[in-house]
Design a protein around this ligand. Structure first.
Ligand SMILES: [Zn+2]
Length: 669
């Protein structure tokens, strides 16, 4: 293709792609299949690869840019982002409405009600139809420039469907509640402090310096206002402004026009019932005057517009009593406090426990056994203690003391400086042992089906497993006598345990339970050190030479391998006959087109099961992982590919469809 032809073809494709993206994200009514859409993007990528000079910054292929250096720059808002007056009851909304009507000198005024998303406000500026800048609310007058991170949000248009010379739109960035809960679970397991709520998680994510990291976070954005536009008149009502935003490709907040306060109240009550079903956390409704002319007439006070009011939902809160504070011990030995509560109902769920996260958190809130506390449940259903009701504190209570010894085994549990958690030092602590066995047996580790929680509890209690290698000494006869077992289950279990001895080497590394070493790091380590002796002999510096292993991870591996108990465990496994090296791979097979690449597979590939595809890739020397991240090189996708495809696209991951995959591996592969 000649350069001019390439430029115009790429441009036509981009227009088409932005149009389809709007249908997908804004209208939720796509008119082509995902596969057809992918073909369009693939064509565009192909042209852009051959003719890099035709790439434009607002091309849908250009979502992830370069890292910010040092800190985020700031920018002033031409129109300040004001805060809203809050109303906690219908009475207060009536007061606001009365003041408004008096100020306007009218008997009635057209209103609009919309949901108030609990996120982070941002202002997006488009110049000549392309996204030029995104700035956080900040203090309302100056915010931080977060353009690179906002670009990574899939539903945000980089280009408007109509190239107006200038436009400023505002919206709310949010962290979906379900993903929020999942991320916090991961953070706690990795020994990192959890985020307090989805809003903090969103704020932290859009302020990250590396947009590749932000792209890995499932952020989304809903727009709630058109602030300025040039090249065409500003619509004369707020609702028409949102309609225009939708036409231009923005995902706008759903609104309802209300002629009276009764209609506002109906909208409010309706969403109060439905809010738990939303993907994002909402903390109320916003009521606004619809006609822009009347908004201007009403004007603003020093800090808030007179023409808008936030009508807050009652918080999902209740008071109850802390019956006890118990300490759980995780696999890594971290001691985590949990409040046992007198059961109480909040928003339809019975709450009887609340994680207190860590020692500092308990101290900060000064939560004591016997205290009455205010607890709150967010949209993510995880209850938390908001505060202690000091007036109701029983006499003679003392501050919570984090035990300095493990509550399960009694071993010392020091809290290293700079760390959030105190940890039990005893590697054969029954609590740690239980968690370690469960981890060892996981499908992604040694894959010993049947070694579940109830059985592991019995095995540890009866002393049948005192250390991990004991798994390989379990006898069918004794297992059969355990509760809920029987001869058949016992035989199956012993067979699976036997089979696990030949588990791939990377699974074994993962199974050891080294801090920070998940499935993927284990794969990388197994590739760099195909046998246990090599791995055990590697220094921290050597380990840091492994692709993607940083100093923190290298240090954790070294520390683990230096512990005498861990060395004993590894030797015990070796003595039991567990394979300690990677299976040799044929040289011919390692020359494949996916060699050395990290691949993810999604959707169905004709004629091949998912496991077949994985095996083929692994034989070719590829790493196969489950989730798309910035570390993914290739996504292989077949029919019915879903969210992974979208995410891969956002991250600019190379896409290979089923047909191309089968061709690359050779029809016989
Ligand atoms: Zn312990």
């Amino acid at each position: 293709m000649r350069p001019e032809a390439a430029a115009s073809r790429a441009e036509a494709l981009r227009r088409e792609i932005w149009e389809h993206r709007k249908r997908y994200y804004v209208d939720a009514a796509p008119i082509i299949s995902d596969a057809e859409y992918d073909l369009l993007e693939k064509k565009l990528r192909d042209i852009e690869r051959v003719h890099p000079e035709v790439v434009t910054p607002d091309s849908p292929t250009q979502r992830v840019g370069a890292e910010a250096k040092g800190e985020l720059p700031t920018a002033a808002h031409a129109v300040p982002v004001l805060s809203l007056d809050n109303a906690g009851s219908l009475e207060e909304v009536r007061d606001w409405h009365g003041r408004l009507l008096r100020a306007l000198g009218r008997d009635e005024v057209p209103l609009v009600a919309e949901l108030k998303i609990d996120g982070v406000s941002v202002s997006l500026i488009y110049e000549k139809g392309s996204l030029a800048r995104a700035v956080t609310r900040g203090d309302g007058f100056t915010g931080e420039v977060v353009t690179s991170n906002i670009r990574t949000i899939e539903s945000v248009p980089l280009r408007l469907l109509e190239p107006v010379p200038f436009l400023e739109a505002r919206g709310e960035v949010y962290y979906p509640v379900e993903e929020f809960a999942a991320m916090n679970r991961q953070r706690e397991e990795a020994g990192e402090p959890p985020f307090a709520n989805p809003r903090n998680a969103a704020a932290g994510s859009i302020r990250m310096l590396d947009p590749r990291l932000a792209a890995g976070r499932p952020l989304d954005l809903l727009f709630w206002g058109l602030v300025r536009i040039e090249g065409r008149p500003l619509p004369d009502t707020h609702s028409a402004g949102l309609a225009l935003l939708r036409d231009l490709g923005f995902r706008a907040n759903p609104t309802r026009r209300c002629g009276s306060l009764e209609e506002v109240e109906a909208f409010f009550q309706e969403w109060l019932q439905k809010r738990d079903g939303l993907k994002y956390e909402v903390d109320g409704c916003v009521v606004k005057v619809d006609p822009i002319g009347l908004q201007e007439l009403a004007g603003c006070t020093a800090r808030a517009p007179r023409w808008a009011c936030a009508y807050k939902f009652p918080p999902r809160q209740a008071t109850t009593r802390v019956v006890d504070i118990v300490i759980n011990v995780t696999r890594s030995g971290a001691l985590t406090p949990t409040a046992v509560l007198e059961p109480v109902a909040i928003g339809g769920a019975i709450i009887s426990r609340s994680t207190l996260h860590n020692e500092d958190e308990v101290r900060r809130k000064d939560i004591r056994v016997g205290d009455r506390v205010l607890i709150e449940r967010g949209g993510d259903v995880i209850p938390k203690v908001v505060k202690v009701i000091l007036e109701a504190r029983p006499e003679g209570s003392g501050p919570f003391e984090m035990p300095r010894a493990c509550p399960v085994c009694g071993a010392a549990a020091p809290r290293p400086e700079g760390e959030v958690y105190a940890r039990c030092v005893n590697t054969s602590c029954p609590a740690r042992l239980r968690e370690s066995i469960l981890h060892f047996a996981r499908r992604e580790a040694m894959d010993i089906e049947g070694l579940g929680e109830a059985l592991v509890n019995q095995l540890v209690e009866k002393g049948m497993i005192r250390e991990i290698p004991d798994i390989y000494r379990l006898e069918e006869g004794r297992l059969a006598d355990l509760e809920r077992m029987g001869p058949r289950s016992a035989r199956n279990l012993v067979e699976r345990i036997e089979k696990s001895k030949t588990a791939p080497f990377d699974r074994l590394i993962h199974a050891l339970g080294i801090r920070f070493v998940g499935e993927r790091t284990a794969q990388l380590l197994a590739e760099a050190y195909p046998d246990m002796d090599g791995l055990m002999a590697a220094s921290s510096e050597d380990l840091m030479g492994v692709h993607e292993v940083g100093p923190r991870v290298a240090e954790a591996i070294r520390q683990f391998l230096d512990q005498p108990q861990n060395r004993r465990m590894i030797e015990g496994l070796r003595a039991a006959g567990v394979a300690m090296r990677a299976a040799r791979r044929g040289t011919r097979e390692r020359q494949g087109p996916f060699r050395g690449l990290t691949c993810v597979v999604t959707g169905t590939i004709p004629g091949r099961s998912r496991d077949d595809v994985k095996r083929i890739l692994q034989r070719q020397g590829a790493r196969v992982s489950e989730a798309i991240s910035r570390k993914t090189d290739v996504l292989i996708y077949g029919a019915e590919a879903g969210s992974k495809l979208h995410k891969a696209r956002a991250l600019g991951v190379r896409l290979v469809d089923a047909e191309e995959f089968l061709r690359l591996i050779g029809a016989g592969g």
